[in-house]
Ligand binder design. Structure first.
Ligand code: HEM
Length: 383
């Protein structure tokens, strides 16, 4: 082998070089990237914990310092003033899925995500929502009056100043922590109106489009348990179990621990359970409706015991009586696990006791089967 030929495979220098070159901007931008991620969460949670769960739904109380923080954070998401946003949101809850709902999911995914902001519905067409409490809130009123400068400062100037003065990355601060972060926060929070009304289960109520879904929760700072939220909007949680993904709830809990938030409202557990069971019953009923359970007993012809016996002896029917119902076992006798003889012996008489344990304690399969074999019902002589 010639001396210059190396048999060990190696990464060609130019590829390695290229790889390191690609990494360089990331390494140089690292503080900006980290800051952008933090600012993304800060402003996103400003919408979910502030605009949404605090001001729109009053699901907890907060100290003035926390309210100021939430106002600043929410302003950085550039989604309108608290007053404007909460008014629309309250209308959305009150008039969900109707023409008065500003972001009705029934108008399509695009409309509920972003269309409602592009093609603005006239203000007068949006349903009424009481916002007197918001108008009386000094922080809300101040932010509403000064919205544009406050939002421009929180969304663009502040992140630019932090990255600029902090580590000299003025352009990165503006672009990554300002513009790009804003676009991402917008779409994440817009998903609450769009995806959260499309994906997932109707765990508590199926009268509305709102749905519970873990994927939507991951995208929306925990607002994806939306069926629960529409059912119990005054609850500070969207996901009720502590471990279920709802960072907004975790933030509020942490703030309560630090003394910044208090009076966290939760809907009584028993009532939440009722909601869930009601829906389970509904789903179960829908499943039951797909199965034939035979003719309902009250719709079958009525015989007295005397008439029943006469019918059997006159026409030779293979009929027996079990729990007040006349059962025609002719189509089943060849398959009866207890054999033909016992069924023949039950012909023309009330075999309820035999069926219920004297001879054999029948289980669900037999009980379900007799609903399809019923041909009449037994009534007392006087009836
Ligand atoms: C006409 C209505 C009846 C139906 C639809 C029916 C149906 C069935 C079914 C599905 C089983 C097997 C599952 C279970 O044990 O629950 C079974 C078992 C049995 N049935 Fe019935 N049955 C009827 C009436 C009766 C009567 C009137 C007697 C007795 C007088 C009887 C005696 C038995 C016995 C002894 C077994 C147990 C068989 C074994 O496991 O070896 N069955 N029946």
């Amino acid at each position: 082998m010639p001396p210059h030929v190396n048999s060990t495979p190696h990464l060609p220098f130019n590829y390695l070089h290229l790889f390191l070159l690609t990494l360089t901007p990331c390494i140089a931008l690292r503080p900006t990237v980290i800051f952008s991620i933090i600012y993304y969460w800060f402003t996103g949670l400003g919408i979910t914990a502030g605009y949404h769960r605090y001001w729109s739904h009053r699901s907890y109380d907060a100290t003035p310092i926390m309210r100021l923080g939430l106002m600043f954070a929410g302003s950085g998401a550039f989604e309108g003033s608290i007053q404007w946003w909460s008014r629309g949101h309250r209308a959305h809850h009150r008039h969900t899925d109707t023409d008065k709902d500003p972001y009705s999911a029934l108008k399509g995914l695009f409309w509920s995500h972003i269309g409602w902001m592009i093609y603005r519905q006239p203000y007068s067409e949006i349903g009424y929502a009481d916002i007197r409490d918001l108008k009386a809130d000094r922080i809300v009123a101040w932010q509403h009056r000064n919205y544009l400068p406050v939002a421009i400062f929180a969304a663009f100037i502040f992140p630019t100043l932090v990255a600029g003065f902090g580590w000299g990355d003025w352009a990165g601060g503006y672009f990554y922590a300002g513009v790009l972060r804003l676009v991402l926060v917008h779409h994440a929070t817009f998903c609450i109106n769009s995806l959260a009304h499309y994906l997932g289960d109707t765990v508590y109520d199926d009268l509305l489009t709102a749905r519970d879904n873990i994927f939507t929760a991951l995208v929306t700072f925990g607002e994806g348990y939306h069926n629960f939220h529409h059912e119990f909007p005054m609850d500070y949680r969207n996901a009720i179990r502590w471990y279920e993904y709802d960072p907004t709830k975790w933030l509020i809990r942490t703030c309560a621990f630090l003394g910044l938030a208090y009076d966290l409202r939760t809907f009584p557990h028993n009532e939440v359970a009722k909601g869930k069971v009601t829906m389970l019953e509904k789903k179960l009923q829908a499943k039951k409706d797909q199965i034939s359970w035979g003719t309902p007993l009250e719709q079958l012809p009525a015989y007295t015991m005397e008439q029943f016996r006469r019918e059997v002896s006159l026409h030779g029917h293979s009929w027996t009586v079990i729990e007040g119902a006349v059962i025609d076992y002719s189509s089943f006798i060849d398959m009866h696990p207890g054999g033909k003889a016992l069924l023949r012996a039950a012909r023309g008489r009330d075999a309820t006791d035999d069926f219920n344990g004297t001879v054999h304690q029948h289980r669900h399969a037999a009980r379900n089967l007799i609903t399809s074999l019923r041909v009449a019902r037994i009534v007392c002589e006087e009836d």
